[in-house]
Design a protein around this ligand. Sequence first.
Ligand code: ADP
Ligand code: RBF
Ligand code: MG
Length: 216
Amino acid sequence: MSAGRPSIVGDDAGPSPPYPLKMEGKVISGFGRGSKEASHPIPDAHGLGIPTANLPVDESTTPWIADAKSGVYFGYASLSHPPTPTTTSPSPDSSSHPPTASFRIFPMVMSIGYNPFYKNTIRSAEVHILHRFDADFYGSHMRLLILGYVREELDYTTLEALVADINFDCEVARKSLARKGWAPRKGVVVKDGEGNGGEVADVDGTLDVDWLVTPL
Ligand code: ADP
Ligand code: RBF
Ligand code: MG
């Protein structure tokens, strides 16, 4: 439940071990429940209105994942050649990104586990990026810098309760990442950031995110 849980996670100084955890791979199809009806005003059995980019759960490329607790995590995602974002103003951040070449960095919240609400039998890793995209990006290379753990996966009696909790997770990520020790230097994170109700703060931080933008 979102009621009563903290909206900021982790020490102000920055992530502590075992974080940051890294994971990468090509975005694959998931269970088709995240956003299929995103245009629908009311979330229903056809979709949550919360798209999640799925990565393969592969212990050979992501050794830590076998022992990782199931649950909700947050941090940053980078995407190679993501689709041009929807902007309401003339793209203010495009000029501040040339050093990062083809990778762009976004805040994210993710779930690792079995989605007890849906009783999955396969463990999945799915990432909701706090950004609104014009198009899908299946097949793009995605890297994750996971910085902290938010909560355990829960079962819910209604879809609305699941969606409300995920929306609160997004707020936790946004607030937790808006601190110096949790943010890279100013201008590095893409932030038209209106995805899922809220702005991404423009923090000038000290977090090392070089791995996220290392060329393939
Ligand atoms: P699937 O079950 O195939 O994962 P979803 O309904 O969860 O389908 O939609 C996920 C796809 O939506 C992602 O793979 C990506 O291509 C696209 N997408 C668009 N916007 C976002 C976003 N903000 N976060 C994550 N994925 C997004
Ligand atoms: N599924 C659950 O069954 N229980 C959860 O507590 C839960 N938390 C989630 C938190 C976040 C931040 C995200 C992105 C997903 C979460 N999910 C959870 C998964 C959700 O059910 C899944 O994204 C959809 O089923 C689409 O695959
Ligand atoms: Mg998905």
